[in-house]
Write a protein that binds this ligand. Sequence first.
Ligand SMILES: [Zn+2]
Length: 215
Amino acid sequence: MDQVLHYRTARGGDAISYGGYSYRVDRRLARGDISWRCLQKGCPGRLQTDGNFSEPIIRGSEHTHAANEDYGLIRMTIARCRERATTENTPIPQIYQEEANRLSGSASASAMLPVFRSIDTSMYRARRTRYPRLPHTRAEIVVPESLRLTDAGENFMLLQLDDNDIMVFSAPSDFRDLCHASHVYMDVSKQPQPEKDFRLQWDNVFSEGFLGTQE
Ligand SMILES: [Zn+2]
């Protein structure tokens, strides 16, 4: 039996597909019911549902175009790609692939799904709403409290000097392990005094008292 598919538009509005046609909200009715209008421009097709997007009743005139079951499925798949990009940290290409796989039961629907390159921009745009604006200068960098901790709850922002001239990202337990190593190999890109730079960071870490004692 036909089922009402509900999803969100790019602007966050409600949309549904039913019986091969797709609809947006026409108006909200008394008692919470919703009147929907066909997405096709100029089409007089109307549908009515209750507030939970179920109990569909066909209203208005006949649609002026043919029904296409795949069309609603594709719209919902694209909407779900966008929504997952906003709510999950799953890599964008992986989300697309997973959602595309869900269509694999229908060859005709799979063929209609836009290629990744044509919807990735809107997915990345949705993803950006999860993150704060990028700072323009180093001094503007503010690392929120939630991003200073490892999964184990250990402080990962070991050192942050004024104006963020030096930032050390490491958990105290990492440094404790390092203290017990017989050899320390390092990659210092700034020349010409790598030992001095490293020493400076190392001493700062200890002098701030993060580790307690220096061995
Ligand atoms: Zn229509």
